[in-house]
Design a protein around this ligand. Structure first.
Ligand SMILES: *Cc1c(COP(=O)(O)O)cnc(C)c1O
Length: 344
């Protein structure tokens, strides 16, 4: 099957399974796993941060960051469609007593700087204390502009906030812009990175920050049940992905562009956006179910809705893209011939 539902569906490559099999391990809760320690150190250095901490998921890494930055009754400002607000089960509130102040996104995915400034609550016993600004890059595949990130984090710091970046797909931003990981992380007090998306590791995220921040996060990670024992088997996969699967994200971006171009040429299909490894396509409501079934018959998995997100990744080849375009084309050709038939 060609699976375009998400870039989380990748399977470990044979080479990755090989490094997993041979990883040197120890008990990471005791700090004894050499593979974890090397992975954390190497990535922290490349991101220009002092320390890093391995997590089983990006959700736990984001939550742990919020718990470390904020106390009960404090607040984080985030985009209203940000993953940590919408897609993480309300963990900040449920487990941390932290409220989220959501703000609308601008067309380019950013949060308006004036709105951000105004959202920071004054020192008043009626208000939650605003503690943190959390941004997401890439956001729905969009790379946030570097000048914006600098302005937003500078402004947040001037207003006494800390800053967190949900960089689940920051490597896509790095490849799309040519900027280094360190440049993309600059201005953020903490950054969460995922290795289980386009990079193709089965599991694994990292939280990065200053040494004392990571030391406090390590306590919260244990509290959350995220302390893992011989975690080197996971870190080995992530480290392999970090070394071998970053540059090739450019192939995913090329494939997304080719997919968008191919679909744009088909009558009945409206391509709304193509950003890094994501293509967003408008499908008339009446066709969603039948198109999804048709694609599945053709060996293609896609979550077809009024706005369909198609995601390219390690397990989608250029040839697969041609097959997807052909399958969508076939569907709309049938529809047109059916319509023509009914008119006669
Ligand atoms: C996938 C993702 C996460 C983390 O998800 P997990 O499935 O918990 O690893 C966080 N933020 C964004 C933007 C994501 O896409």
């Amino acid at each position: 099957m060609i699976d375009l539902r998400s870039d989380t569906v990748t399977r470990p490559t044979p080479a990755m399974r090989e490094v997993i099999a041979h990883a040197e391990v120890g008990d990471d809760v005791w700090g004894d796993d050499p593979t974890v320690n090397v992975f954390e150190q190497v990535t922290a250095e490349q991101a220009g941060k002092a320390a890093a901490l391995l997590f089983p998921s990006g959700t736990q890494s984001n939550l742990c960051a919020l718990l470390t930055h904020c106390q009960r009754g404090e607040e984080v400002i985030a985009g209203q469609f940000s993953h940590l607000y919408r897609d993480e089960g309300g963990g900040a509130a449920a487990l941390g007593g932290i409220t989220v102040q959501p703000l609308p996104h601008e067309g380019d995915g950013s949060l308006d700087l004036g709105a951000l400034h105004a959202a920071v609550k004054g020192d008043d016993i009626h208000h939650a204390r605003t503690r943190l600004l959390a941004l997401e890059n890439t956001f729905r595949g969009k790379v946030l502009l570097q000048a914006y990130l600098t302005a937003a984090t500078d402004q947040a710091h001037r207003q006494g906030l800390s800053t967190h970046l949900d960089g689940a797909r920051l490597f896509n931003a790095a490849v799309a812009t040519g900027l280094s990981l360190a440049e993309l992380c600059r201005g953020f007090d903490s950054v969460s990175l995922c290795f289980s998306k386009g990079l193709g590791a089965p599991v694994g995220s990292l939280l990065l920050g200053e040494a004392d921040f990571i030391a406090r996060a390590r306590r919260w990670r244990k509290t959350l049940g995220g302390g893992m024992r011989q975690a080197g088997v996971l870190a080995a996969a992530c480290h392999h992905a970090f070394e071998h699967h970053v540059e090739r994200l450019a192939d995913d971006h090329d494939n997304a562009r080719r997919l968008a171009e191919g679909l744009r040429a088909l009558p009945g299909v409206e391509v709304r956006a193509c950003e890094t490894n994501m293509v967003f396509v408008a499908i008339p409501e009446a066709h969603c179910r039948s198109l999804q079934d048709h694609l599945e018959d053709q060996g293609i998995l896609a979550a077809v809705g009024p706005t369909t997100r198609l995601v390219t990744h390690l397990d989608v080849s250029g040839k697969d893209i041609e097959r997807v375009i052909a399958a969508v084309s076939l569907y709309f050709a049938h529809i047109r011939s059916d319509l023509a038939g009914s008119e006669i």
